[in-house]
Structures are given as C-alpha cells and as structure tokens.
Design a protein around this ligand. Structure first.
Ligand SMILES: [Zn+2]
Length: 258
C-alpha cells in the first residue's frame, strides 16, 4: 500500500455513531486534515482493541487508509483520554459542549487548521486538569470566535464607531459587538451588558490563557458572560443553518484580507 493511500494523523474524536452490524463511524478533528469521518471496523465487538481509543473527546494517534468513500481506521493509539472528563456528568457535559461547538462550525472539506486543533486539545486538557472550567470554556469561546471570523467588537460601538465608555452598554448579536447607550435606544433586538461583564470579555479577548486565569469574576458576572456568549453562539449557528454558505464566505473574506 502506498503512502498516498494511508495517512497518520493526530485527532480528537468529536462523536461516533453505529455503522452497519459491528462497525462505528467516527467524526474526527485531525491536526493534519481538519475534520473527517472514518469507519472503525468491528469497533462495537467486545473484543475490539480499537473501541476504547475512539470514545468522544479522546486525543488519539491514528493510521487511516483511504477507502472508496470514507477513511478506514487501521490503527489507533491513545495520546490522552482526559479521564477526569468522564468522571462527572458536569465535566462530560462541559467537554461535549466544547467539542460540539467546533463540530458545528467546521466542515469536512475545509482542510487543516493546526491552530484550531491545538486550541481544542489544550482546552480539553485544561478541563481535565481541574482548572476553573468556566474560565477554560470562556477563553475557548473567545479564541474560537477569532478563528472563525466572528471576533466581537468590544472597544468601539458596533453601530456608530465611538469609543465605548466605562458604563453599562448593549450587545448586538447581528452587529457582532457592543452598542453604546446612545445608539442602543433606537435599535431593536439588543441584549444589555454590564460594564463588569464587558471588562472580562475584553480581558479574554486580549490576553493569553495564563493572563486570563488571573480573572476572578463574581458569580453574577460569570452568569452574565456565559449567557451572553451562548446567546451569540446560538445566533451564529442559527444563521449558519439558514444560509450554509455564509460562514464559508466570511472565512474566505478573512483569508483574503489578512
Ligand atoms: Zn454607538
């Protein structure tokens, strides 16, 4: 078998589904090829040596052979199973959210994005290492928005362009950023945002993870930031479903202007 027909990849398992009688279809985010799907033959048999390596949010090294329409997993080794993520429902749910966000924004034919792969693997590791999961997930969301071309505008009003002052503001999902109180009075479909929540969003946007970790937001601010970010992601994903080509266009524009 030539090298061309067989590849080695680092991958995070995004999800899996039953396939045929005893096989499993795994959706992977790979460092070398981006998102792809592969069949693990016999992975549902009790004796399968591959099955344990192919659970969701496991970091694996795989040998893949190119089949007629899908890749076939020929060898699987675990790099990190992130075992703590499987210990509580809360951790499993948090890891599922992280993996699902990427899964829903990224398409199979897009090709490799090693930075995105590293972000995913690092985020799972942070969660597994029992660091503040709230902070690890918010930092992940902010970086993901950067990479996807939806970096929110947090320093100037997304409507009039004026610098944002230290007071409570509005946020617009459709404009992708903060709206000043003056513009906010005349615009529909805005969410309010306190200056405290905005400070943390700015901090995550500008800082490394190590710097972000110094943030100690109060509980109500944590709730506010989380609700706002999830609202923004929900908005982006719904819009994506309405017009599947939209995200690709945005990313195309970003590539050509950067
Ligand atoms: Zn304004």
């Amino acid at each position: 078998m030539s090298e061309f027909r067989s590849i080695r990849v680092h991958a995070v398992v995004l999800r899996h589904a039953d396939w045929g009688e005893a096989d499993r279809l795994v959706t992977l985010y790979t460092r070398e090829q981006g998102k792809l799907r592969a069949v693990a033959k016999g992975a549902r048999k009790i004796t399968s040596r591959k099955a344990g390596h192919l659970e969701p949010f496991t970091h694996v090294k795989l040998q893949l052979a190119r089949g007629r329409s899908l890749f076939i997993v020929t060898q699987a080794d675990t790099v990190d199973a992130y075992l703590p993520l499987r210990e509580t429902l809360l951790m499993t749910g948090t890891a599922s959210y992280v993996v699902e966000l990427l899964d829903r924004f990224v398409y199979e034919e897009e090709g490799a994005n090693p930075t995105l792969f590293r972000l995913l693997a690092e985020t799972l590791k942070r969660l597994a290492n029992d660091e503040d999961p709230w902070l690890a997930v918010r930092y992940y969301e902010m970086r993901l928005l950067d990479f996807l071309g939806f970096r929110p505008q947090l320093f100037e009003c997304a409507n009039c362009g004026r610098e944002i002052k230290a007071e409570d503001q509005f946020f617009s999902f459709s404009a992708g950023g903060v709206i000043c109180p003056r513009c906010g009075r005349g615009l529909p479909n805005l969410t309010s945002i306190t200056i405290d929540a905005l400070k943390y969003l700015r901090h995550f946007q500008r800082s490394s993870y190590a710097e972000s970790k110094r943030a100690q937001p109060a509980l109500d601010v944590r709730d506010e930031v989380e609700t706002l970010m999830q609202g923004y992601f929900t908005y982006l994903l719904e819009r994506e479903l309405n017009s599947p080509g939209f995200l690709k266009n945005i990313r195309g524009q970003n590539k050509s202007t950067s």
